[in-house]
Design a protein around this ligand. Structure first.
Ligand code: ACM
Length: 548
């Protein structure tokens, strides 16, 4: 007998003996834990997830990973971590298959689109099939969640008591949206490369496939640009709150991009223009209308800085735009270049439109598709395909809806980041003074923001007039005015980012019904065991049956 669990109908969670009462309350999904975890579940919920009554799969010392060509690359990424956790050899080989093996195979019939995949686990082994390497990679992330949480460990000292067992299961899966993003503001506070790499691993577990780096702002310029060395020479020396500076060399940035690419995550660099530019203006007087460089800025106000639109500064400004865009684009293999455009409150409307035309033209001249925050929709001269990123609330205010649909009217598409549900720097509830001594987290976007609020919104219901096909995707930004360390970042990001990842990947329930938060809570408890094994200190919000 198979128990078919379609995301659109019911739970994907399986809970162990200690939590059986909760399971029964969720509709009789009564399987015992088959992988040694107290809880097993997948986030984001797969399109189809069938638990079979077959014998489970076990990784043993005999297990090999069978893969060829592009599949072998994905196999190596999975094996590298699994070897650390298990202490087994787990060779990646192109060979005949044995029952103890994990097989990764490119198969055009395994789904529609590069990110689709199928996964079968059982006593005969594991078989992940996908039309392309990206789908295989997402299949390995599902396998990662089916295995005991100890698979995340950085040493092999604590194997799971029941062995490396994955329940017998069958998955057919593909994402709802092509763009599933996490944004890190590394400008207000700099985040060292190693911490960014850790973040990439963690968002890949949730099948997020875009890392948007907000690289420049009033408080810091974080990426080396050869033609304008003082952008980092002077502009990277500060951050919010006087916490010191920092920047990525070109090699650092390339390392991030390559590490992300191995995990099928595309880096979207953001150079925020024409406002949010105090760090650049403080480095180069010629970019300022009065020719005087302002002091570096370490506060948290917004809307006071702007590039200069006047003809006297046109040569310097256009050279700056061309040089920066060209160098950033050269280091960025992904298709997108984010040019900001938000909160340019110190720029007159006429100057804003003029500067946006020049900024987006410089961006498009690199061959990249330009992305801008929704204010940029005020321009009717956007380059073909320009993507608008909506950051107003779930109920649009002022002109935000009209500014956003302007991108679609001009042939582009939209990424949704409604601040009241998707901004992960908003405080959690029941913690009005902040989780870390009162200094971390903000409230301005209708905060505090509950896990349930982060989970309860539907992308097609935010901006009137936007259809599914107009929405490129969904992104969860985290702004770092109040977040100074990787530990603080993790605490704010997890677990709410899991809610955003599910909205971005998993289909809406049949008939447009609301997503089932209690089902999500059960699966989140399972994800929590993996976050624990990864050493992430996250907010254990109420309402989730966390495993202690
Ligand atoms: C933004 O929050 N200013 C994009």
């Amino acid at each position: 007998m198979r128990r078919r669990i379609r995301t659109t109908f019911s739970t994907v969670g399986i809970i162990g003996a200690g939590l059986m009462g909760a399971v029964l309350a969720l509709g009789g999904c009564t399987a015992a834990p088959e992988n040694g975890d107290a809880v097993t579940g997948i986030i984001p919920a797969p399109v189809e997830f069938d638990l079979t009554d077959g014998a489970p799969f076990t990784i043993t010392t005999e297990t090999r990973i069978i893969a060829n060509g592009d599949a072998a690359r994905v196999a190596e990424t999975f094996a590298a971590q699994a070897r650390i956790a298990t202490g087994f050899d787990l060779p990646v080989v192109a060979d005949a298959v044995a029952a103890s093996d994990i097989v990764l195979v490119i198969d055009a019939d395994a789904g529609t689109g590069e990110e689709a995949y199928t996964l079968e686990t059982g006593a005969d082994g594991v078989r992940i099939a996908a039309p392309a390497a990206a789908g295989l990679f997402w299949g390995t992330q599902t396998l990662r969640q089916l295995l005991p949480a100890e698979i995340e460990r950085t040493d092999a000292s604590t194997p799971p008591t029941g062995g490396w067992v994955a329940p017998a299961a069958s998955v057919a899966d593909a994402p709802r949206f092509a763009y599933r993003g996490s944004m890190l503001d590394v400008a207000r506070h700099f985040l060292p490369v190693e911490d960014v790499l850790d973040h990439i691993d963690r968002i890949a577990l949730l099948k997020l496939n875009v890392l948007h780096l907000h690289l420049t702002d009033d408080q810091g310029w974080r990426l080396a640009i050869d033609a304008w060395p003082e952008l980092t020479g002077i502009g990277a020396s500060t951050s919010t709150g006087g916490d010191g500076g920092g920047f990525y060399t070109k090699d650092d940035y390339r390392r991030i991009v390559e590490y992300a690419a191995e995990r099928f995550v595309t880096v979207v660099p953001e150079i925020d223009l024409p406002g949010h530019t105090n760090a650049a203006l403080s480095a180069y007087p010629e970019l300022n209308c009065d020719g005087i460089a302002p002091k570096p800025y370490e506060g948290i106000e917004v809307g006071f800085s702007s590039l200069c639109a006047s003809p006297e500064r046109a040569e310097a400004t256009d050279r700056f735009l061309a040089d920066v865009m060209t160098e950033v684009a050269e280091m960025t293999p992904g298709p997108w270049l984010h040019v900001g455009g938000d909160e340019s409150l110190a720029t007159s409307e006429a100057d804003y439109l003029d500067l946006v035309r020049r900024i987006t033209a410089a961006g498009a001249a690199t061959g990249k598709t330009v992305i801008g925050w929704h204010e940029m929709g005020a321009s009717h001269e956007l380059p073909a395909g320009t993507v608008g990123q909506y950051w107003d609330f779930t109920t649009p205010r002022d002109r935000s809806a009209e500014l956003t649909t302007s991108f679609v009217e001009q042939g582009g598409s939209v990424v949704l980041s409604p601040a009241d549900v998707a901004y992960l720097d908003m405080k959690y509830p029941d913690d009005p003074d902040g989780p870390l001594g009162g200094k971390v987290g903000q409230l301005w976007a209708d905060g505090p923001t509950t896990l349930e609020e982060a989970y309860a919104w539907e992308p097609t219901s935010i901006v009137p007039g936007l259809a599914e096909a107009d929405i490129l995707g969904v992104e969860a930004p985290v702004w770092t005015e109040t977040i100074a360390t990787a530990a603080e970042l993790e605490f704010m990001v997890f677990p709410r980012i899991a809610a955003i990842a599910e909205i971005a990947w998993s289909p809406i329930p049949d008939g447009g019904a609301a997503r089932d938060a209690s089902d999500f809570h059960v699966r989140l408890a399972s994800l929590g065991t993996h976050l624990d094994a990864l050493g992430i200190s996250y907010r254990k919000v109420d309402g989730v049956p966390w495993v202690e």
